[in-house]
Design a protein around this ligand. Structure first.
Ligand code: FMN
Length: 399
């Protein structure tokens, strides 16, 4: 009996298990438009056995992309291409699919990992663009200085998030995650390190929260209640003038009040003065535990969750309701299937992969020596929740 593989309902969304594939930028879009890479990459993740797959940070306006290779969701072509990915992958998988909306703010207009990324601003000859932020403060001397967002810019970006959420809904996504972490625009508003405003949108922690909460509220108004809506936040800025875990709890309570369903507790660089401690396995789980104990939100833990038993313990101990897996899923896109085997859970396999299923393949215990014996020995017909394209699956005896 595994708790990791127990179903969960987040907001109005039923998930088959508690594993999410965390959003991961692929820097492979063209003019914000998803490419074959996205279909294949997300298709692979949708075949992983995870209950949920969340697509990468996707910008609500062109200026909100981190790089030229980042996804956007601000025109009909973007929406159509993402609808195709959702539709095609859903035909073959019972996993649910989400998308993360993110505006990069002052960290936009940057080179990507695919064009020699060293965290550098784009030079003008490589198509740099005007960046936007709560205050006209560059990340450091080598970065573009953003324009301080005036009332028009605030209204424009708020509207853009809302429009993108409507597009994401029409494209068929089950879940939307608002990116309020990792030093991007909404986090830049949240933190006094990057928000030096003295108007309604800055000054103290409550005012610093105003714009991110307005964005969350605007999205809540259009995002259906029978889907799930979440927010990724930094647990701490690790900066003497920055946000603390107590501030994160305050923000979580505000998000809960406006109807956000879950939060994922992360960390990430906001400014050069942030001294983030070295990551150790499960290093952010305690932050999710704090949110879970102090709010009614679904809490998702992320960060160096790499072993099935580790993920199982996080859920069983009640520290978090879900785990998000990023690099471990790049390393091993069948991570959830292998986790099921390790924990003794009899998981449905796509018919095309049935011969590699633990109870069908005598090689399985050789490559996965720690996997527990699986009690059930037969893959049943079409899964009740899913839609594998061919239902005629039976166990095949290895020969
Ligand atoms: C290639 C890559 C791209 C990422 N892109 C995003 C992203 O688009 N949005 C986000 O919130 N986090 C992003 N992250 C962070 C991950 O979602 C995750 O929080 C982090 O990698 C820690 O989890 P892990 O130890 O399981 O990799 C990215 C991480 C990687 C490795």
């Amino acid at each position: 009996m595994s708790n990791l593989f127990q179903p969960i309902t987040v907001g109005g969304l039923a998930l088959g298990n508690r594993i999410a594939i965390s959003p991961m930028c692929q820097y492979s879009a063209e003019e914000g438009l998803a490419q074959s890479w996205h279909l294949i990459h997300i298709g692979g993740m949708m075949m992983s056995g995870a209950g949920l797959v969340i697509m990468e940070a996707t910008a609500p306006e062109a200026a909100g992309r981190i790089t030229h290779g980042c996804l956007g969701l601000y025109n009909d072509a973007h929406e159509e291409k993402l609808r195709e990915i959702v539709t095609e992958t859903r035909k073959l998988s019972s996993s649910r699919i989400g998308i993360q909306l993110s505006h990069a703010g002052r960290r936009a207009s940057c080179r990507s990992v695919r064009d020699r990324w060293r965290g550098e601003s784009l030079p003008p000859e490589e198509g740099a663009w005007q960046t936007w932020a709560p205050s006209a403060l560059a990340y450091d001397d080598s970065w573009h200085c953003p324009a301080e967002m005036n009332a028009d810019a605030l209204a424009r970006v708020r509207r853009a998030f809302k429009d993108s959420a409507e597009r994401a809904d029409r494209a068929g996504f089950d879940l939307l995650e608002i990116h309020g972490a990792h030093g991007y625009l909404l986090h830049q508003f949240l933190s006094p390190v990057t928000n030096r405003r003295r108007d309604l949108y800055g000054g103290d922690v409550v005012k610093c929260m105003r714009f991110p909460l307005e964005v969350a509220q605007a999205i809540r108004e259009v995002w259906p209640a029978d889907k799930a809506l979440g927010f990724r936040m930094n647990s701490s800025d690790y900066h003497p003038d920055g946000l603390t875990l107590d501030d994160a709890v305050t923000l979580a309570r505000e998000l809960e009040a406006i109807g956000i369903d879950y939060v994922v507790m992360s960390a990430g660089n906001l400014a050069p003065g942030c001294k983030i401690p070295p990551a150790t396995p499960g290093h952010q789980v305690e932050y999710a535990a704090r949110i879970k104990s102090e709010t009614g939100l679904t809490a998702m833990a992320v960060g160096l969750i790499v072993e099935p038993e580790q993920a199982e313990e996080i859920i069983t101990s009640g520290k978090a309701d879900m785990v998000a897996i990023a690099r471990a899923a790049l390393d091993n896109p069948r991570w959830p299937m292998h986790a099921a085997a390790a924990l003794g859970v009899d998981m449905e396999y796509p018919p095309q992969y049935i011969r590699a299923r633990p109870n069908n393949w005598t090689g399985f215990p050789i490559v996965h020596p720690n996997a527990r014996e699986i009690k059930a020995t037969r893959q049943m017909d079409r899964p009740s929740s899913g839609s594998w394209d061919r239902p005629e699956v039976v166990t095949i005896t290895d020969s």
